[in-house]
Ligand binder design. Sequence first.
Ligand code: ADP
Length: 182
Amino acid sequence: MTIGHKAQKRIAIYPGTFDPITLGHVDIIRRGARIFDHLIVAIADNPGKSPLFSSDERAAMVRHEIEILETSPDSQIEVITYDSLLMHCVQAQGASVILRGLRAVADFEYEYQMAGMNQQIDNTIETMFLMADCVLQPIASRLVKEVAFYEGNITPFVSPHVAQKLQQRMREKRREAMIPSS
Ligand code: ADP
């Protein structure tokens, strides 16, 4: 291997909905930033999933989490939104790795299919999986939103900043739900 190859930057993309970013996501970002020279957190602007927060709001929350994350000065983390096919975004960003988090067996089927199909679209891009800290593995944005809607305690699952944004949005939702439709 030549020095030129060694000097080449390893760019990874961590894609997801991040609606909103949880402590599980943050842990994957922290671990990924240790491995790759440049980590791009790519937020899917996918209206089909009817996210609670707009992609800009989700990106702002991710940026906020990254600012308070203690990473080595060498690691670079960037946040983008995308509304294209993931593989096109990966190619456009010059990344060679798609980073995903694996929680439980339940995630495996979907991740397996997605990685397999992406491999057929572009075989030069690898999908890699990381596990979050055991305590953080069960956290899922969907469940955090449910707990927040019913005014449960979400502090074990998201940062105080995200908790405040989520509680505010859920107050609005509850208010909307009380207004009878005409
Ligand atoms: P998507 O809609 O793409 O699944 P998510 O925001 O739900 O978007 O998840 C993005 C990625 O983060 C996925 O790879 C998911 O498995 C991973 N992830 C989410 N929560 C956790 C967690 N608690 N621990 C580890 N990985 C997680």
